[in-house]
Design a protein around this ligand. Structure first.
Ligand SMILES: [Zn+2]
Ligand SMILES: [Zn+2]
Length: 149
């Protein structure tokens, strides 16, 4: 069953949450609904702002982001500005692979996912073992198209 470009329905989102071993609650559903509409990782602060009209407080959103991350539904990225950004960790959704490089604009700070970009790392002797295990994240910096124009 391939439905890469379709948004999951409410029932599907609830089923995903339960399949990950969590209770399906309103904040968890709201967070996943929001994140499936974007192709960029979103920070806790931005999610809180966008979901504020649904009446969740900051701590609730944060706790649920962590729960969803620990359950494997979200992945968490720090592109070097010490802000955690969250995104769906589901194969097929807008082409997101589990691991992909991220690009941060050094001017406007916008972060984007590069699911179609692969970067080969060839560790030399003495490099940290996590390099060989591919247990590292790749972050690229430069100017986005808008800022470079
Ligand atoms: Zn920019
Ligand atoms: Zn990403």
């Amino acid at each position: 069953m391939k439905r890469a470009q379709l948004l999951a329905s409410l029932a599907e989102i609830r089923a995903q949450i339960r399949a990950a071993g969590l209770r399906s609650t309103a904040p968890r559903v709201a967070v996943l609904q929001r994140l499936q509409k974007t192709s960029t990782p979103v920070s806790h602060a931005d999610l809180f702002t966008e979901l504020a009209d649904q009446g969740f407080d900051r701590a609730t959103i944060y706790r649920n982001l962590i729960d969803l991350t620990e359950a494997g539904l979200l992945s968490r990225t720090d592109v070097g500005d010490h802000v955690w950004r969250f995104e769906l960790r589901r194969e097929g959704q807008r082409g997101h692979k589990r691991e992909h490089p991220h690009f941060m604009c050094t001017d406007c700070g916008e972060v984007s996912c590069l699911p179609g970009v692969s970067i080969r790392i060839s560790p030399v002797q003495g490099a940290p073992r996590s390099l060989s295990a591919k247990n590292v994240s790749v972050q690229l910096k430069g100017l986005c198209d808008r800022c470079a124009a």
